[in-house]
Design a protein around this ligand. Structure first.
Ligand code: MN
Ligand code: MN
Length: 376
C-alpha cells in the first residue's frame, strides 16, 4: 500500500481510508500533501478541459473553460475544438477578440474586415491566428483534420453565443433577405432554419484556387503567425518563444510558448500588468503561487489543463516529470512582460538584498544580471 498517496507527513495528518478518488489524488500530489510553505486561502487556479462539457456536432466537437468553470479567470476564456477533415466551424463573429494556437493537424481560415479587405491562409501545428473583435471569420479543417485552442479576451465568453451566418438567416424574414440580396423566394428554398455551427464539408482546394480578390485589397496586417517556427530564446533549463506586438502586430493578446526540460524551473517571477491564462500541452509539473500576506498555494498540471495566475502574484512552474513540460502563457495585453525575482535582486545594490535575505553579500553579487527565465 506504500504507493497509495496519503495526506500525511512527518507524523502529522493521517491515512485516508476512503471514500476517495485515487486517480485525482495521484494527479494532484501537491494538493494532497502541499509544500509546507503553502498557507492560507488562495482561489482555485486550475480547471481541466477534461472536466468541461463537450458539445458534439456532425464533423467535430468543442469544449470551453470560461469564468463559469474557473471563477477567478475574468480576463480570458478558452475553447478546445476539433474538426474532422473538411469540417467547418461556421462563418461567424463575436464581441471578443480571438487568439488561436493550432495543437494538431491543419486548417484554413478566412476573414473580411470593415473595409471589405479580406484574408485567407492555411495553418499547421504550432501556428497562430488572431481575429479582432467583431470581424467575421471561418475555420475549416484540411485533409488531416485539426485541433486548436481558442483564447478570448473576456472570461465570460461562451463559444455557444457567437453570431452565426446561418442563425442570422434563420431569424430574418425571407422578404427582407430577398430585398437585401436581390434574390427570389424560390432561390432561398433551402436556407437553414437553425444554426449550423460545426458541420461537415469537403476538404477545400489549394489556397490560390480558393482566393477571392477584393477590390479594397487584403487586410493591412497578417492575421497569422508561425510561432513554433520562431527561433526560441534558449536558457539552461528550457526555451521560450514569445508572440506579441513586437513580432505579431495584429494581436492584442500576447503569448509565450514555454518548454521546461526535466528538472527545470520556469523561474520565480510575476507579471506587472495582467492576469495570466495558461494552457498545458504536455508533461507534468506544478505551479506555486505567492499571493502576499503570507498566503501561498501549489497546483499540479498536465496536458489539457488550464491554469491561471492573478495579476502580480509571484509564481514558479517546475517540471516534475521525465519529459518536457510544455505550456502557453497568455495575457490580455499586446506586450508580453514579466519581472524576474533573480534579475531584480542582481540589479539592486547587493548589500540591501544581502541584509534582506540574510545571505552573504558575495552570494548576491554572484547572481547573473540577465534574465534567465527557465533555470535548472
Ligand atoms: Mn470565432
Ligand atoms: Mn508567469
Amino acid at each position: 500500500m506504500s504507493d497509495v498517496p496519503q495526506p500525511q507527513w512527518d507524523g502529522e495528518g493521517g491515512n485516508d481510508p476512503g471514500p476517495r478518488n485515487i486517480l485525482l489524488d495521484r494527479q494532484n500530489p501537491d494538493l494532497l500533501v502541499a509544500p509546507k510553505t503553502d498557507r492560507g486561502t488562495v482561489p482555485n487556479l486550475k480547471f481541466s478541459f477534461s472536466m468541461a462539457h463537450t458539445r458534439i456536432e456532425q464533423g467535430g466537437w468543442t469544449r470551453e473553460v470560461t469564468q463559469r468553470e474557473l471563477p477567478v479567470a475574468s480576463t480570458l476564456a478558452g475553447v478546445d475544438m476539433r474538426l474532422e477533415p473538411g469540417a467547418y466551424r461556421e462563418l461567424h463573429w463575436h464581441k471578443q477578440a480571438e487568439w488561436a494556437y493550432v495543437l494538431d493537424g491543419s486548417c484554413r481560415i478566412s476573414a473580411v474586415d470593415q473595409e471589405g479587405r479580406n484574408f485567407l491562409d492555411d495553418l499547421r501545428k504550432g501556428d497562430l491566428w488572431f481575429f479582432p473583435k467583431g470581424v467575421p471569420h471561418h475555420i475549416q479543417a484540411l485533409d488531416e483534420g485539426v485541433e486548436f485552442l481558442l483564447v478570448f479576451d473576456d472570461g465570460q465568453f461562451s463559444e455557444n453565443s457567437t453570431f452565426l451566418m446561418s442563425d442570422f438567416f434563420a431569424h430574418t424574414p425571407k422578404s427582407v433577405l430577398a430585398k437585401n440580396f436581390g434574390w427570389s423566394v424560390e432561390q432561398m428554398a433551402n436556407i437553414p432554419e437553425r444554426e449550423k455551427y460545426i458541420f461537415q464539408g469537403q476538404v477545400p482546394p489549394s489556397l490560390d484556387a480558393d482566393r477571392v480578390i477584393s477590390p479594397t485589397g487584403d487586410v493591412p496586417r497578417t492575421l497569422t503567425h508561425r510561432m513554433r517556427s520562431q527561433a526560441p530564446h534558449r536558457f539552461e533549463g528550457g526555451s521560450v518563444r514569445i508572440a506579441d506586438s513586437t513580432n505579431f502586430a495584429a494581436a492584442t493578446i500576447s503569448a509565450a510558448l514555454v518548454e521546461v526540460e526535466p528538472g527545470g524551473l520556469r523561474e520565480l517571477h510575476w507579471h506587472p500588468t495582467d492576469d495570466e491564462w495558461q494552457y498545458y500541452i504536455s508533461g507534468f509539473g506544478r505551479m506555486g503561487v505567492f499571493a502576499s500576506s503570507g498566503v501561498a498555494r501549489t497546483f499540479n498540471f498536465q496536458a489539457g489543463d488550464v491554469g491561471y495566475v492573478p495579476f502580480a502574484y509571484g509564481h514558479y512552474i517546475e517540471n516534475l516529470g521525465d519529459e518536457p513540460l510544455v505550456f502557453l502563457e497568455m495575457f490580455r495585453n499586446p506586450r508580453f512582460e514579466d519581472i524576474s525575482l533573480a534579475q531584480w535582486m542582481a540589479n539592486t545594490p547587493p548589500q540591501i538584498v544581502a541584509d534582506t535575505v540574510n545571505m552573504p553579500r558575495s552570494t548576491i553579487e554572484a547572481l547573473p544580471k540577465d534574465k534567465r527565465t527557465v533555470v535548472r
